[in-house]
Design a binder for this molecule. Structure first.
Ligand code: NAD
Length: 249
């Protein structure tokens, strides 16, 4: 057996013997759905400064500019379809092999693929809220305002509306604490498509090791935790996940 086949066979075995497997996903599971990631060559951070377009300070300084930058990118998420990685994880959950998906993604594609226990630790593009009275809004309402007026404002109190995504400089939602508890109880952590450069999410990897779980990393590029992982599957997620789906049937 060549190396990729060997790795898929090893991972199939680990999944078959795990009792409390949990997945952690990043932007790389959605690039094959047509959504660019941030840190790959040609990713979004090659084109813009994250401090300006993805931090709470940048948002508050220039909300109209923030919305101008993100409006079409958010709009593209509405029509995106799940990738083989999303499908694999939803099938593993349905089979009872995977307990939950912890995702850094805001695109809702795990749920669209059928995953039920999803912790969105960086929020979701589908929600928004008023920064003043906290009134909740759907993203559709926000889009109509962006198109018409540049900067969406609350219908009740007139304050600024903020998308339900975690920006740099913001606290993580309660879902992060729940996700960390899942990791504490896990015996296998599968990390797919993440550079593991964003904290505190990246700390879930050493946390899984401390809990006694095995850690498997599936990613195209090398990352900071490769040396301590139990298995690193290096490659394009689409073909690797299709092979795994075949092996697990
Ligand atoms: P990242 O951009 O830092 O890293 C993505 C990783 O995925 C890279 O290491 C890259 O090598 C790998 N990758 C990309 N396409 C791949 C493929 N087809 N097969 C295998 N590997 C592939 O992403 P991150 O670690 O998730 O951190 C970025 C932050 O940006 C996250 O917090 C997330 O909230 C946000 N983000 C979300 C989306 C989304 O919702 N789809 C998209 C971009 C960024």
């Amino acid at each position: 057996m060549g190396e990729p086949e060997q790795q898929v066979a090893e991972l199939t075995h680990l999944l078959g013997t795990a009792r409390r497997a949990v997945a952690l996903t990043g932007a790389g599971v959605s690039t094959e759905s047509g959504i660019p990631d941030f840190r790959s060559d040609g990713g979004l951070w090659d084109q813009v400064n994250p401090e300006q377009v993805a931090s709470i300070a940048g948002f508050l300084q220039d909300p109209a500019g923030f919305y101008r930058f993100w409006a079409d990118k958010f709009a593209a998420l509405v029509d995106a379809e799940p990738s083989p990685a999303h499908r694999l994880l939803s099938e593993l959950e349905a089979q009872g092999t995977l307990r939950a998906v912890i995702t850094q993604n805001i695109d809702g594609l795990h749920q669209r693929a059928g995953s039920r226990r999803v912790y969105e630790v960086h929020g979701s593009f589908q929600r928004a809220h008023c920064m003043g009275c906290q009134a909740p809004y759907g993203i559709d309402f926000v889009f109509t305002k962006v198109t018409g007026e540049g900067e969406p404002r609350c219908e009740y109190c007139g304050d600024l509306l903020k998308p339900g995504v975690v920006l740099f400089g913001e606290m993580l939602p309660p879902a992060f604490g729940e996700a960390a508890s899942e990791v504490d109880q896990s015996d296998l952590l599968l990390v797919l498509g993440s550079s593991l450069e964003v904290f505190p999410v990246a700390d879930l990897v050493p946390r899984a090791h401390r809990a006694g779980a095995r850690v498997v990393l599936l990613n195209r590029d090398p990352g900071p935790y490769d040396a301590e992982a139990d298995l690193v599957v290096r490659g394009q997620l689409g073909p690797v996940c299709e092979q795994l789906r075949g092996a697990l049937r």
